[in-house]
Design a binder for this molecule. Structure first.
Ligand code: SF4
Ligand code: SF4
Length: 380
């Protein structure tokens, strides 16, 4: 089958952070070094070759970029300093823009103006909602639920969750159609989709392949970070009416908030410091999207815990104002990052493993069928 080459593709990918791959001489050392590369799904050399040749269709069909957890081992040992780890990262950013049907992901990844404007517009919308519709402001004690009725905030959370989840789901379906091809997707029986669902769930919650990378502490850190996200999601989407209350008393449920905030503040703070120092291989190169993601997550966590501190201290106005600031940072972060930005990798990575598992079961079945097609010798 003929493949379209795009000789200008390297320029396109350069804008996604990839600068050094032109140095690659395809020696294959990185693939040999990578603890996650396997015979059937070998990387990163193959992916770098696709990039060099401008084989965009091949890249779109490749789940391999999502199988890299960016340990940096291959970049450290590349004899040409071609930075294969960062190339894989840049290809993931490019793929995220290709899966996104709205075109917004591409705008946000490539234009700081677009990203900052989108964040500012959503933040302004949140502040305007509070200015226009906030409840009575009680100042002699903290009445957060009077200022921001929990049923309305909970309704907003659900609208956001369903809206952003739907956008991400559509992008995930597009990813599946690229990797498996539409013809194949149609052939896959429902039972196969269902039987491999456990792969999706296990890898979403554990990211356990990361343990095969040379620095297993990074796996632990990422698992804790994801547990922080999930705990916070549980509190604000499923348990808000218990989590957000009036008064200045302490409740047992606050322990969950401390856990989520502590984990998010610690690990985002550590990552920000790492990117500032640029000592580790994985922190040497930072794309704008890396900074916005980390800073927004850090500020969201910080303002969240400040709301709690002010509420416990009985400071009414600081509680209300910080609450508005908290949502004016958290909501734009979710709107930009979940379906269009870095957070989408939480869905795409386990999905790639799920699609690979389905593809390999399908190939086994197809191989078995083609064997039965071979004419058998007639008995003598
Ligand atoms: S990226 Fe480096 S190690 Fe990998 S194939 Fe190219 S030159 Fe070899
Ligand atoms: S960064 Fe790590 S996981 Fe990714 S390709 Fe290189 S060695 Fe493999």
């Amino acid at each position: 089958m003929s493949q379209k080459l795009d000789p200008q593709f390297h320029k396109e990918l350069d804008a996604f952070g990839c600068h050094d791959f032109t140095q690659c001489m395809n020696c294959g050392h990185c693939t040999a070094v990578c603890g996650l590369s396997e015979n059937k799904v070998a990387f990163p050399r193959k992916i770098i070759r696709y990039v060099q040749l401008g084989l965009k269709d091949k890249l779109l069909k490749s789940p391999e970029p999502w199988l890299c957890y960016y340990c940096g081992d291959c970049s450290q040992t590349c004899p040409r300093q071609a930075n294969p780890g960062e190339t894989m990262m840049s290809v993931r950013r490019w793929l995220t823009t290709q899966y996104d049907w709205t075109g917004l992901a591409r705008k946000f990844y490539l234009s700081p103006l677009w990203e900052v404007t989108a964040l500012a517009l959503v933040a302004a919308f949140v502040v305007a909602l509070f200015l226009l519709f906030h409840g009575p402001i009680v100042t002699d004690r903290v009445e957060l639920n009077t200022f921001a009725p929990v049923v309305w905030v909970e309704f907003g959370d659900w609208v956001l969750a369903v809206g952003l989840g739907s956008l991400l789901l559509i992008n995930a379906i597009r990813m599946a159609s690229f990797i498996l091809s539409i013809e194949r997707v149609r052939k896959i029986p429902l039972t196969l989709w269902l039987s491999e669902l456990r792969t999706l769930v296990i890898h979403f919650f554990t990211q356990k392949r990361w343990r095969d990378c040379p620095a297993p502490t990074r796996w632990w850190k990422h698992v804790l970070l994801v547990s922080g996200y999930l705990t916070m999601m549980l509190l604000v989407i499923g348990m808000l009416r218990w989590f957000q209350t009036n008064g200045s008393h302490w409740r047992v449920i606050d322990l969950l908030g401390y856990y989520a905030t502590g984990v998010l503040l610690f690990f985002t703070g550590e990552a920000i410091l790492g990117r500032l120092r640029r000592r580790d291989e994985i922190h040497k190169y930072s794309h704008l999207s890396d900074w916005t993601f980390l800073i927004l997550l850090f500020v969201t966590s910080l303002t969240g815990i400040l709301v709690h501190v002010f509420r416990l201290a009985g400071l009414a106005m600081p509680t209300y104002v910080t609450y508005v600031v908290h949502l004016a940072v958290a909501v734009p972060m979710l709107v930009v990052e979940v379906p269009f930005g870095k957070w989408s990798h939480l869905a795409y990575r386990p999905l790639a493993l799920y699609l690979l598992a389905i593809r390999s079961r399908l190939e086994e079945a197809e191989a078995a069928v083609s064997l039965t097609d071979v004419p058998q010798p007639s008995p003598a």
